[in-house]
Design a protein around this ligand. Structure first.
Ligand code: APR
Ligand code: PHB
Length: 390
């Protein structure tokens, strides 16, 4: 049996970052992760950081490699087949650059910091069950290495992703969920080739395409695909051909192709659970919300949740104030809905929806043309894309 102030379920970026910041404030925590560390570290996820995320990571001592390897961008290029392009220039319109730095690298940095600090991270923990969430003494039980364990705690932070148990522990009479599933996915590849100069969101009548990057010799590319796509039908040559077809010709010529080192299909979903607190349990990150990847807001939202939650625990333990904990759900959700909105609107603008009529297509085109013409429209988009201040 163990005892800690905050039991954290999930050792993804949200759980690891929360534990790291709590330790800086002298607040004990134990992380329970179902998978092995190796498994968590090989998961490939998004990789564009808002300025606020970068600032926070620097503030908590995680900026060293990020500043060395992260690729700073003034914004993202949006192209539309046959119609030209515009740049969502976050530097110009919001005074804030974006940084390409993979979630995998952040997770590595977090594990390294935890190893130095000696935090307790229990990986391969199964059968995790939350007890007495609304009682006076909460506790968590689990199995690890074939043995049953128990952690007594003041609070539980459920950072256990979309399929976690935290959200499921909230009674149906309390939980409200909001969801939209999009009728397509993203087929993504990673390749050890120099990336394109810009981050590019490309709209084409054959579907959306995205060029992203991890480091000077690691690129990430995606194309919109039907949900029932079979990876076996997509050898690298076919991927490159389709990807290039969706870009303007002058940009397509600059793509450096090579063998893929990873290939996968991701569904697109918008999802929010309210409230993000039940009794002594708080939800953070994908456990509470999912955004479609257009806009790259998922990881940034996990970081802002953790910012609000760690600040609230600091106020509670170190300044005897519980107001921020009381208001956590409301505060975090305000920012969540803002990011949900910009992700949803970029997804609707840039993808081909199989059921849409010609009318919707015209509306989309008109919005693109308006963004091309209007500095004000572009400034509004850039401010939201850059991410609201925490
Ligand atoms: N017990 C213990 N751990 C669990 C359980 C459980 N019952 N269920 C899930 N987990 C673990 C998962 O194995 C995973 O490692 O919780 C972790 C959740 O991590 P993520 O899914 O990465 O979610 P989060 O930390 O909120 O990260 C934010 O931003 O870019 C997006 O979706 C992307 O993962 C990213 C997210
Ligand atoms: C990525 O680099 O994986 C990435 C970039 C931008 C997005 C989504 C994913 O909008």
């Amino acid at each position: 049996m163990k005892k800690t102030k905050v039991a954290i379920i999930g050792g993804g970026p949200a759980g690891l970052l929360l534990s790291h910041i709590l330790a800086l404030h002298g607040i004990s925590s134990i992380v329970l992760e179902r998978q092995s560390r190796e498994y968590v570290l090989q998961r490939i996820r998004a990789g564009v950081l808002e300025h606020g995320t970068v600032q926070l990571l620097r503030d908590v001592g995680l900026g060293e490699r990020l500043d060395r390897e992260g690729l700073e961008h003034n914004g993202t290029l949006v192209t539309w087949h046959g119609e030209g392009s515009f740049v969502i220039d976050t530097m110009k319109y919001a005074g804030r650059p974006m940084v390409a730095y993979g979630q995998t690298a952040i997770t590595e940095d977090l594990y390294a910091a935890h190893d130095r600090a000696g935090t307790e991270i229990l990986d391969r923990a199964t059968d995790v069950v939350l007890h007495d969430i609304t009682g006076v003494q909460s506790y968590v039980t689990y199995t690890r290495n074939g043995e049953a364990g128990r952690i007594d705690c003041d609070f539980i932070a459920a950072c256990d992703g979309f399929h976690g148990i935290g959200r499921q522990s909230i009674p149906a009479s309390v939980l409200r969920t909001y969801e939209q599933v999009y009728p397509f996915g993203w087929l993504g590849i990673m390749s050890e080739t120099p990336p394109m100069e810009d981050l590019i969101y490309a709209r084409h009548e054959r579907g959306f395409a995205l060029a992203s990057q991890r480091n000077p010799n690691l690129s990430r590319y995606y194309i919109q695909c039907p949900m029932d796509t079979d990876l076996n039908d997509w050898p690298d040559e076919r991927f490159w051909e389709e990807f290039k077809r969706r870009l303007p010709a002058e940009l397509a010529r600059t793509v450096v192709t090579g063998p893929s080192i990873e290939k996968s299909i991701a569904p697109l979903r918008s999802f929010v659970a309210e409230p993000m607190r039940h009794g002594r349990m708080f939800l953070a990150g994908d456990a509470a919300h999912i955004v479609p990847p257009t806009g790259a807001k998922g990881l940034n939202l996990a970081v802002s949740d953790v910012y609000y939650l760690s600040r609230a625990f600091d106020a509670y333990y170190n300044h005897q104030q519980d107001e921020l904990l009381e208001r956590y759900s409301e505060t975090a959700l305000r920012r969540v809905w803002a990011s949900e909105r910009v992700s949803w609107s970029l997804t609707k603008l840039l993808h081909v929806f199989p059921q849409d009529s010609g009318f919707e297509e015209k509306m989309r085109l008109n919005e693109f043309q308006y963004l091309q013409k209007s500095e004000r429209a572009l400034a509004t988009l850039a401010e939201q894309y850059a991410g609201l201040p925490f």
